[in-house]
Design a protein around this ligand. Structure first.
Ligand code: LLP
Length: 467
């Protein structure tokens, strides 16, 4: 069996040179500098079309999980295709809105939403962007309506939603998040559906809270939210969790709390190293088997895919700083590390790493890790002072030297959104390639930008009055 591709078809090696929609990525790196992320716009469109096509029989509302890749060009592209947005903070909510999503098409998840976040979600006059014309570009943030849905996770939160909604004179639509008591996901850091996780509530508590909503004039109970976890490769686990959702929905109906929204969370796993991953069709089938009857009864299904839409549509470009011989090992050091892409260090995640220019016979087509026969092995490591700052350990890779550009594949999701400036490394740039044209969609962070907020420390600091 040939390995599964790990990049969208827009990424291709042409005569040994990696290109995105015809744009040569080694030359792009020369022009802009590294590290930088490159996104394939057509690849994102293709993923969105494939997913919505497969799910069409359920006519779901798609809510893109902004956390996967919050770049405004990505949000704008997906909202232009008709996606709503799933957000987990006020920052993400503002991005979703700036990127063109209607407030009614945004849902807001998270275990610890703050009052200020809820206020801005329910009434644009409380948006932090109220006077930020540079960002809002003439759109009237004050006039925007309340958010489509709040995915609530606790009784305490529902009471706050009710109080704030009444204070603002609106009614907040809410789903309640069920913890399905099913364990699934690539590693313990992304497994959220098991009983002991901080997310959601067990069925009895959801029932009690749905009943309580009936006494709160500021809240309208709409249904259930369930997110089993991210990078779900085993659809049997998802099926089990959906079973718990449907069973609870039946009990809520019987209790006079009809469920008209069934939000079933994330998309499925993607292939990072050529391993098989569930197809959109298989995912759709799993959903349809459990939720089909409810949809026929008039319920609305909602999905919140992030990774699936953008992971394979992005690469991280980084430049080789040194090739170091250490005993029998070869260590390739690069200018990007866990500061730019934390997944390998944080989750032990594997990403394919390959030179952007290589001998034509070493160029994988489609892009998937080759078996590496005949290649020497090397470690590819970042500049950060952490022993976990390793992109690839003892991997076959064509020979590289100082100055070469490497591509880290399948980096479009949870790459830039988790980047940090540890070790005082500036944030990478982001580029979107569309129809053969490469455009910077986030400037590389300069050292002045990186250091400016800290200048207070030299100037004696700013005193906090009234303490
Ligand atoms: N909905 C909810 C409520 C979520 O918490 C998440 C992801 C999603 C949807 C989207 O999941 P996706 O379709 O992208 O799998 N940083 C980790 C992944 C964390 C996911 C957190 N929640 C990683 O890089 O693997």
């Amino acid at each position: 069996v040939s390995p599964h591709p790990v990049a969208t078809p827009g990424f291709r090696y042409d005569a040994g040179r990696l290109a995105c929609a015809g744009v040569d990525l080694s030359r792009l790196a020369d022009a802009l500098g590294t590290p930088c992320y490159v996104y394939d716009a057509e690849g994102v469109r293709g993923r969105y079309r494939s997913l919505t096509g497969a799910l069409a029989p359920l006519a779901p509302l798609v809510r893109y999980a902004v956390k996967a890749n919050p770049n405004l060009a990505v949000v704008r592209l997906l909202s232009g295709l008709g996606a709503g947005m799933d957000v987990v903070s006020l920052g993400e909510l503002e991005r979703a809105w700036l990127g063109g999503a209607a407030m009614g098409d945004i849902c807001f998840a998270g275990v610890a939403k703050g009052d200020a976040e809820l206020r801005a979600a329910l009434d644009g006059r409380h948006s932090p962007l109220l006077h930020e014309r540079r960002l809002t570009r003439g759109r009237d943030v004050a006039a925007r309506g309340p958010i489509g849905l709040i995915n609530a996770e606790s009784a305490s939160e529902i009471e706050r939603v009710d109080a704030i909604a009444r204070e603002l004179g609106v009614v907040a639509n809410a789903t309640i998040r069920l913890n399905p008591g099913v364990s699934a996901g690539a590693n313990d850091k992304v497994r959220v559906g098991e009983g002991a996780s901080k997310f959601g509530l067990p069925p009895e508590d959801v029932l009690a809270l749905a009943r309580r909503c009936g006494e709160l004039p500021g809240v309208r109970f709409r249904g259930l939210h369930m997110h089993l976890g991210s990078q779900i490769a085993d659809l049997a686990r998802l099926d089990e969790a959906l079973g718990a959702v449907v069973e609870l929905a039946d009990r809520l109906d019987a209790a006079g709390r009809p469920v008209d929204v069934l939000n079933v969370g994330a998309g499925v796993a993607v292939s990072y190293m050529g391993e098989p991953a569930p197809s959109d069709a298989a995912w759709a089938e799993t959903l349809a088997r459990r939720l089909g009857p409810r949809v026929e009864g008039g319920a609305t299904v909602m999905v919140e895919p992030g990774r699936e839409l953008v992971a394979q549509a992005g690469v991280l470009l980084t430049r080789v700083r040194h090739v170091k011989r250490a005993g029998t090992r070869t260590i390739v050091t690069t200018d990007a590390g866990l500061n730019a892409l934390v997944r390998p260090a944080m989750y032990g995640a594997a990403h394919m790493v390959w030179p952007a220019v290589c001998p034509p016979d070493a160029a994988p087509d489609p892009i998937a890790p080759p078996d590496g026969r005949g290649l020497a092995r090397a470690d590819v490591v970042g500049p950060v002072c952490e022993s976990s700052d390793v992109f690839a350990r003892d991997r076959p890779i064509p020979p590289v030297e100082r100055g070469d550009v490497l591509a880290v594949f399948t980096a479009g999701a949870y790459g830039m959104s988790m980047a940090m400036t540890f070790n005082d490394l500036p944030m990478p740039a982001e580029v979107m390639v569309d129809a053969g044209v490469a455009r910077v969609v986030r400037e590389p962070q300069g050292y002045a930008d990186l250091l400016a907020p800290t200048a207070l420390g030299l100037a004696g600091g700013r005193e906090i009055g009234g303490l």
